[in-house]
Design a protein. Structure first.
Lengths: 305, 305
């Protein structure tokens, strides 16, 4: 490695940890460091220190939990919006890094970053469209459509769609502080913990995972009909349970009932290709954050992705 | 009008009628003609005759009911897929026009065409993203994201997402032949006709429209969280009832519960701007079909939109 060649920085800014990485010009990750998420000041300072030690830096990309202002040119670009996470509402995660390190910083949601990472270097290689769904503490979706990440008024908040909730089968009222039994309120790790009294990784009753598969299959079905992605990657901590994805695929076939037919998967073999785990394992988000940096332009120019 | 300047043709190919139009190079519509949808042969022949009389033609765009193969380069490009419409399954709506008229033909769904029409010349002017939802005989969504219409494996089939269905309030089992009580099975004009025994335009009980507004609001909510469009245009025959959109906006505010907050509408004034009727009235689809023609390249090149 050339000690003078600039590196590209990436941060996967999560609720429990920030994963920081630097990569070479080709996007190959050179080093990573995990910083626990505490107060904004402490966390951001630790990230700055990580990157200061690895100069020269060309740019930094951040994929963060949201909702967050991802609109280039907005006066509040880079600020986290209404989050239930204590201390983090209205925090600007872009300016301190840009000011201290003096490089362009490009921000997107954690799931858009993960979608970009998988699209460029994982499950989406060669595809025109890709969606990434996380089922972890929360539920969210990022997607690449027409060569770019999906933005609009703000960014997708797919975790908050409403899905059918059979109160006889599942009397749990839902854990979302805004909506109660939206998708995230029924299917997230937090919902599982509250419904069953233990975290997802300590739950092994098959009926628990059957119910979880029902909600994730409804989510994947609605995402299929909303975006028609060429592949859907399902990541996140809850999705690591080996029983989940096979059950989701089977349930999805039944729910779709063959509609609209091929090229949308109509059999188990095609479904195995369509709904997959992340090819990059736990690194989809940080690899995607590096890819954001590699595409960065100084704000407030519009994003090129 | 210069008699020798080539015109651009557009067809809104619907289940009950085909609306054909020709426009000048700037996209201004010059003439339209309505052809009843009967057999594929008769309907397509009538469309060919309309365009033969208006040569020279530069290109034709078609927005059709679906599902339909919209993948340029596919061996079945232009074919209608599994449709319940008698006689139309597997019909190729592109080749006969291309062969007879000798011009490029570009195809998309009726709702993608309508989204394009409104984006270029109506409710979406100046916006980066726009979604168009039809609530008519069926329910569907088209959308512009990152400067292009949304495609993937195929095209969105948003009418078939699953939404909450309170069987106590609404014991109707749903009208979708594939899914029963998917969105279209609960909220389409066909669902209303079957649930209440009369077509939507003959229903004036407020409770009928309150229930309809509930489903359309759930649809608009899920679309908001899926795509984050800058505006959602709601068109189609059912949406012409003047009570519907105001009730949808009010219900949407309650369902979203202020999440994620601005810039997503959080009050009635912003909601009036966010959920609108079509600025082009009944012409969104055919104007969009003309816009498809104006962007057409000879297949099987990839579309530029």
């Amino acid at each position: 490695m050339d000690g003078n060649a600039p590196v590209y920085g990436g941060i996967e800014a999560g609720g429990t940890k920030w994963v920081c990485a630097v990569a070479d010009a080709g996007g190959g990750v050179l080093t990573t460091e995990v910083i626990p998420t505490t107060t904004p000041e402490t966390t951001i300072r630790a990230a700055v220190r990580f990157f200061e030690d690895r100069r020269p830096l060309a740019a930094i990309g951040i994929g963060t939990f949201g909702p967050v202002d991802v609109r280039p040119g907005s006066p509040t670009y880079g600020r986290v919006l209404a989050t239930p996470k204590p201390g983090w509402a209205h925090v600007d995660v872009v300016s301190p890094l840009r000011a201290t390190l003096g490089v362009p910083v490009r921000l997107d949601t954690d799931v858009n970053a993960a979608a970009l990472g998988e699209w460029r270097r994982g499950a989406g290689a060669g595809l025109g469209t890709l969606a990434y769904m996380t089922v972890g503490t929360g539920v969210g979706v990022g997607a690449v459509v027409n060569g770019g990440l999906v933005h609009g008024l703000l960014h997708p908040e797919f975790g908050h769609i409403r899905v059918p909730h059979d109160l006889v089968r599942d009397p749990f009222a839902g854990s979302c502080p805004f909506h109660g039994d939206c998708l995230e309120g029924l299917a997230s790790g937090e919902a599982m913990r509250r419904r069953w009294g233990r975290p997802a990784e300590h739950l092994d009753d098959p009926s628990v995972w059957e119910l979880e598969a029902e909600y994730v299959a409804l989510a994947v079905l609605n995402l299929t009909y909303a975006l028609s992605p060429e592949r859907i990657v399902v990541g996140g901590g809850v999705a690591k349970n080996p029983a989940l994805l096979p059950a989701v695929r089977a349930r999805l076939l039944a729910l779709a009932a063959g509609y609209p037919g091929e090229p949308v998967p109509v059999d188990a073999a095609a479904m195995d290709e369509y709904v997959t785990g992340p090819f990059l394992g736990d690194r989809s988000g940080v690899v995607g954050a590096v890819e954001l940096a590699r595409a960065a332009r100084p704000a407030p120019n519009p994003p090129v992705l």
